[in-house]
Write a protein that binds this ligand. Structure first.
Ligand code: SF4
Length: 322
């Protein structure tokens, strides 16, 4: 044994305790823009309003949020994915919009159509129609199987839907490309793909109209700010909500602890160990009351973690050196 250590041991004794760390409760910050957009809000109000006067069926999911859909069902609104299953005389088209083909099919069955299509989706439809009239080959940046993209393309005879670099590589040469986007795509990715099309077809005439909606852009930008200033980010929204998934992807670029939840019950206590700041945001189909309920639950967890950290440990480990 080392002589100097022996000397110390012979003259002094030390008792070292692990310090009980009193971590202050984590703070919760909300994104500057989050939650339900005006398009979804108006569509829900219209559905609830119409169902007071007569039974209605919504064709497809009015919003990609199971809690909201359950609420609508509880108010007497019927939801069907197939026109053949509709049993009411009025059918509502969702905020995502529909093609003329789909609406004609509804009318041909003798049913009334109520449109809850968001005006910004209508705008995207008009943009694409104008491009086709002007001789441009339409290219939609979006998800091929998404209801909104189907609504934008079903009336077209020729079109392409792209979402990746590989999709751009697969495009055929055309003299004129007219490019628009699904309203809920992240604008930075849309611009990137437009740039790739310009590089790939330098001789083509290219017209791009930005149809990504303002609420989506605001929520995306706010999510970036939020993720950069948070240790953990909580994102509320339906599991199959496109704009919510995009918020998750964007947030993951700036924060590696991102959780996508649908309700307060999905929150796990373990996610917040040693955390100082929790960021909270929500997709455009998430109503305010769910955001509030999640925030309330987060506050409870913050208080619980503070109590846990502050309470005296049953037997703090003691190390004694003689
Ligand atoms: S996400 Fe945008 S386009 Fe879709 S309903 Fe909301 S405001 Fe309208």
């Amino acid at each position: 044994m080392n002589a100097s250590l022996n000397a110390v041991k012979s003259t002094r004794s030390y008792t070292l305790y692990c310090k009980v760390k009193t971590t202050p409760r984590f703070r919760i910050i909300r994104a500057a823009h989050l939650g339900m957009c005006f398009g979804v809000r108006d569509a829900i109000s219209l559905a609830l309003d119409k169902t007071q006067g007569e039974p209605i069926t919504i064709l497809g999911e009015l919003v990609h949020n199971p809690i909201v859909l359950d609420h609508l069902r509880s108010q007497g609104v019927q939801i069907e994915h197939q026109l053949t299953n509709v049993r009411t005389s009025t059918v509502m088209i969702t905020a995502h919009g529909a093609s003329e083909k789909t609406m004609s099919a509804v009318r041909e069955r003798g049913l009334n159509v109520v449109e809850a299509t968001c005006p910004l989706v209508h705008h995207a439809h008009r943009v694409v129609s104008q491009m086709v009239r002007d001789g441009y080959h339409p290219v939609i940046i979006g998800k091929r199987d998404h209801v909104e993209v189907r609504g934008m393309t079903e009336d077209l005879t020729e079109f392409d839907v792209v979402l990746s670099e590989a999709d751009i590589s697969a495009l055929q040469e055309r003299p004129k490309f007219g490019i628009a986007a699904q309203t809920t795509q992240p604008i930075h990715w849309v611009r990137y793909l437009v740039g790739l099309i310009c590089i790939r077809f330098p001789n083509a005439q290219i017209r791009f109209v930005d149809t990504v909606c303002q609420p989506t852009k605001q929520r995306q930008t706010a999510a970036m700010d939020l993720a950069q200033n948070s240790d953990v980010v909580i994102i509320i929204g339906g599991a199959n909500s496109n704009n919510t998934r995009e918020l998750v992807k964007t947030s993951l670029e700036f924060c590696d602890r991102v959780h996508h939840i649908q309700s307060p019950d999905d929150l796990c206590e373990d996610w917040f160990d040693g955390v100082e700041t929790v960021g909270l945001t929500a997709g455009t189909s998430t109503p305010d009351w769910i955001v509030d309920a999640v925030e309330t639950r987060l506050k409870e967890l913050a208080e619980a973690s503070e109590r846990k950290e502050a309470s005296p440990r049953a037997a703090p480990p003691a190390w004694t050196i003689w």
